[in-house]
Ligand binder design. Structure first.
Ligand SMILES: [Zn+2]
Length: 458
């Protein structure tokens, strides 16, 4: 009995500091959520950012956004704010694209269309040709060249609406957007159009990056809104000789100077251990890049500001990195990794938010299993209905180069993704599509994660 009492007392004494530390952490973390939900700072910043307009790499407005965000960071009380220069590709869409479907009986159907990023232009005045519908990227391999030569290939794979995780459906169709023009050109087509990679029920076309190959003729590449794609599909069924007119005036320019923007809070005990979190400053040139990826940038910036406002002195160094050129080149992510290697920086972990400003759900982890289990043991710190899993596999395009360069573990924020691919890369990705509470829950969740990492390592 006595032994048991003594044992109990000893256990209680041992638990006191642990218990109070945990309680302190809980109070700090709660304050992140309270502050984010009431101040809505990330949301207000996102509004200002979106007001600048779309931010395609190399554009004037992308530079404006870069200088705007640096200006904001300068007022936040961070230890260091700096620009990291890099060259980025510079492509412009030119005049609004035109696409019209003509049936053999004189019927005319205007179509909603966007050039795929990086596309070449059509000749002035456009092209008009018969269309061959191809159900998927791979299906073109089985079609004889004679049936394709001189035509416009219409890749028409449907978006798989059965996946609960819409990212999987996006992932299985995005290859068509990227490779369609090369595959079509190899068989003698004069242009390639695709059904937009979209879960949406509207007719806004979705752009995104496309590829050419040096030894394959570059042909114009475009994406139709899903309703427009339905029209083409329907008309072709009745009239296989229907024709499409396509007019695009896109242009390539020399690489342009640009920057990553970085804000830093210096670690008090382990300043050389860096936790980097970020999103990408560039967006496509339609819409406002609100969810993709203004939201991710404001998650990172807002999280760093929450630490300052709540009086947190992190033990390890924390950075908010606004990467440039995620959409069509990844030059920002590569430059960040190059500089980290050159300067011998040691990153504890890199975290990316590029899934939209929706309600946070979990984190995807690319790290040792032991590290993932450590992260999983922190789940209890996150309020219910925010972060509920630390799953295997995750990261992001911007932090990928660092991971590949020196093995830095990667974490990607997962959000409730049901709406993301309705508007991703389309004119509908605008500020009004972002909900303040959903965005701020993401910001506070990022703050919580970097706070725990800075205090306890990985
Ligand atoms: Zn993105």
């Amino acid at each position: 009995m006595k032994w048991r009492l003594l044992f109990g007392l000893l256990a209680m004494i041992a638990m006191v500091p642990l218990f109070s530390q945990t309680e302190d952490d809980r109070i700090t973390i709660r304050s992140f959520y309270d502050e984010a939900l009431t101040s809505r700072q990330s949301y207000h910043w996102l509004k200002d950012l979106c007001a600048i307009g779309p931010r395609l790499s190399g554009s004037e407005s992308s530079l404006q956004a870069i200088h705007w965000v640096k200006g904001v960071m300068d007022t936040c009380g961070f230890d260091r704010v700096y620009l990291q220069p890099t060259l980025v590709p510079h492509w412009e869409r030119g005049n609004p694209e035109k696409a019209i479907l003509y049936d053999s009986k004189g019927g005319e159907y205007p179509l909603n269309v966007l050039a795929i990023g990086g596309s070449v232009a059509t000749p002035p005045g456009g092209i008009t040709a018969e269309i061959i519908e191809v159900p998927s990227l791979m299906a073109i391999d089985d079609i004889p060249r004679e049936e394709i030569e001189g035509k416009i290939v219409f890749f028409n794979p449907p978006f798989d609406q059965t996946n609960i995780g819409t990212g999987a459906s996006y992932g299985s169709n995005v290859g068509t957007r990227a490779q369609g023009a090369v595959k079509a050109s190899q068989k003698g087509a004069i242009a390639s159009v695709i059904r937009s990679v979209s879960s949406g029920d509207d007719d806004a076309p979705h752009t995104g990056t496309g590829h050419y190959e040096a030894d394959v003729d570059s042909i114009p590449a475009a994406a139709l809104g899903v309703r427009s794609a339905d029209i083409v599909q329907h008309v072709l069924k009745l009239d296989p000789h229907a024709k499409m007119h396509l007019e695009m005036s896109c242009k390539w320019f020399e690489d342009a100077p640009s920057f990553n923007v970085i804000a830093e809070l210096r670690g008090s005990e382990y300043p050389d251990e860096i936790i980097a979190m970020g999103g990408h400053m560039d967006s496509w040139d339609v819409g406002e890049g609100a969810h993709d990826d203004g939201a991710g940038c404001m998650h990172a910036l807002g999280a760093l500001k929450l630490l300052v406002d709540q009086g947190v002195t992190p033990k390890r160094t924390i950075r908010a990195v606004m990467f440039i050129n995620e959409e069509n080149g990844t030059r920002g992510g590569e430059e960040y990794a190059d500089q980290a290697v050159k300067l011998g920086e040691k990153h504890l972990v890199a975290i990316e938010s590029d899934a939209g400003g929706y309600s946070p759900r979990g984190f995807g982890i690319t790290a040792d299993e032991e590290q993932r289990l450590k992260l999983e043991s922190w789940l209890d710190y996150f309020p219910k209905n925010t972060i509920s899993y630390m799953s295997k596999g995750g990261g992001g395009v911007d932090i990928g180069p660092l991971h590949r360069a020196d093995g830095t573990p990667m974490i990607g924020l997962s959000v409730d993704g049901q709406k993301m691919f309705d508007l991703h890369h389309s004119a509908n990705d605008v500020f009004s599509a972002v909900h303040p509470r959903e965005l701020e829950l993401g910001t506070a969740s990022m703050a919580t994660l970097v706070y725990l990492l800075s205090q306890y390592g990985l």
